[in-house]
Write a protein that binds this ligand. Structure first.
Ligand code: NDP
Length: 304
C-alpha cells in the first residue's frame, strides 16, 4: 500500500458547505483537501435551475452561476478541489478516508459535506421513462410541457413550486399528494388553489407508468381504488434523503439518517464534523450551508 496522503482536514463534498469549509480552513491556516465524487464541484447547485435570490450578498440566474462564483473564489486561493474522488470509507484510530480508487488519506479531521439526494418512488419502469416524459426540473424542462397534461407528485414546497412553474406552459397540471394536508407553505398552496390549470388530487400515490415509448398515462391508487389519467409528462418532488451512508456506522444520525451535530458542527465522534444539508434537515439553504462550513473550520482549528 502507498503511504497515506496527510492533510489537516479532509472535506468530503464540494457543495456550498464543503467549499465554505475549505475557504475557512485556508483562512485559518489549515491545509484542506476537498474530495468531490462528481466530475465538477457545486453539489446541488448543479441541479438548481431556479434563480437564487435569497443568498445574502449576490443574486444568481441559477445554481451554476452561484457555483461559478464560489469556485472562482476558492481557486483564487489556490485551494485543492479533487473531482471524481469518491470517498468510499472512513475509519478511526487513525482517522482515515479511503478513496474508491484505492488511495488513502490520513487527515487530522474530517468534515462531511455530502448533502442530500432526491427521493424517487420504487416504480418498475421509471428508468425507461426518464427523458421520455419524466422531467428533472420544472424550470429547466418547462418547454417540454407545452400542450401537455403534466403530473407533479409531492406535497412540499418543491412540488407546489414546480406545479406553478409548469402551469405556465402545460395545458393542465395534476398535483398528486399521498395525504390530505400539505407541508408546502401557504404562499404556494394559495397560489396553486388560485390557478385554474392545476387540479389537486390527495390521498393518492403513483402505482404505474404506461406508454408506448414515451409516457402516456399514469395509474394512481388511493382509498383502495385505481384511477388512470392521461399524462404526457411527470415530475416527482417527494423530498430528499441525506447522503450519510459513508459515516453512518461511526456517528449518530436521526431516524431519517441526518447526521447529528452540536452547535459547532461536531458529530459524536472526535475529529468528525458534518456541515450543510446532510446534517441540517431544518434549514437546507445555501446560507446555512455556508455558515456551517465556517463554523466547522473554526471548531476544527480550536480543537487542533
Ligand atoms: P419536503 O420534505 O418538504 O416534502 C416532501 C413531500 O413528498 C411531502 O409532502 C411528502 O409527503 C412527500 N413524500 C415523501 N415521500 C413520498 C413517497 N414515497 N411517495 C409520495 N410522496 C412522498 O421536500 P421538498 O423537496 O418539497 O422540499 C425540501 C426542502 O427544500 C424544504 O425545506 C423546502 O422548504 C425547501 N424548498 C424551498 C423552496 C422555496 O423556498 N422556493 C422550493 C423547494 C424546496 P408527507 O408530507 O406525507 O410526508
Amino acid at each position: 500500500m502507498n503511504d497515506p496522503l496527510r492533510t489537516d482536514v479532509a472535506i468530503v463534498g464540494a457543495g456550498p458547505a464543503g467549499l465554505s469549509a475549505a475557504l475557512w480552513c485556508d483562512e485559518l491556516g489549515l491545509d484542506a483537501l476537498v474530495l468531490e465524487a462528481g466530475r465538477e464541484p457545486g453539489g446541488q447547485l448543479l441541479w438548481t435551475y431556479n434563480s437564487i435570490e435569497n443568498y445574502l450578498g449576490f443574486e444568481a440566474a441559477d445554481g451554476r452561476e452561484a457555483r461559478d462564483r464560489f469556485v472562482d473564489q476558492i481557486r483564487r486561493r489556490g485551494l485543492n478541489i479533487r473531482p471524481e474522488s469518491v470517498a468510499a470509507s472512513v475509519a478511526l484510530r487513525p482517522l482515515r478516508v479511503g478513496l474508491s480508487k484505492g488511495e488513502t488519506i490520513e487527515p487530522r479531521a474530517v468534515i462531511i459535506a455530502t448533502g442530500v439526494r432526491r427521493n424517487e418512488p420504487d416504480l418498475e419502469n421509471l428508468e425507461h421513462f426518464r427523458g421520455r416524459g419524466i422531467l428533472e426540473s420544472g424550470k429547466r424542462d418547462k418547454d417540454l410541457a407545452i400542450g401537455k397534461t403534466v403530473m407533479v407528485v409531492g406535497g412540499g414546497d418543491a412540488a407546489f413550486e414546480n406545479a406553478l412553474i409548469l402551469a405556465g406552459t402545460a395545458d393542465k397540471v395534476f398535483l398528486v399528494h399521498r395525504r390530505e394536508t400539505f407541508r408546502a407553505r401557504q404562499e404556494f398552496t394559495d397560489a396553486v388553489r388560485d390557478n385554474s390549470k392545476i387540479e389537486i388530487i390527495t390521498n393518492s400515490e403513483v402505482a404505474r407508468l404506461e406508454g408506448d415509448g414515451g409516457l402516456e398515462s399514469v395509474t394512481l391508487t388511493g382509498d383502495g381504488q385505481e384511477r388512470g389519467l392521461s399524462v404526457g409528462a411527470l415530475i416527482f418532488r417527494i423530498g430528499v434523503r441525506p447522503n450519510s451512508e459513508l459515516v453512518q456506522h461511526l456517528v449518530a444520525t436521526d431516524s431519517r439518517g441526518y447526521i447529528r451535530i452540536d452547535s459547532s458542527c461536531r458529530t459524536d465522534q472526535e475529529g468528525i464534523y458534518a456541515v450543510g444539508d446532510v446534517a441540517n434537515p431544518v434549514s437546507p439553504t445555501i446560507s446555512s450551508a455556508s455558515g456551517m462550513g465556517a463554523t466547522a473550520a473554526k471548531a476544527v482549528f480550536s480543537w487542533l
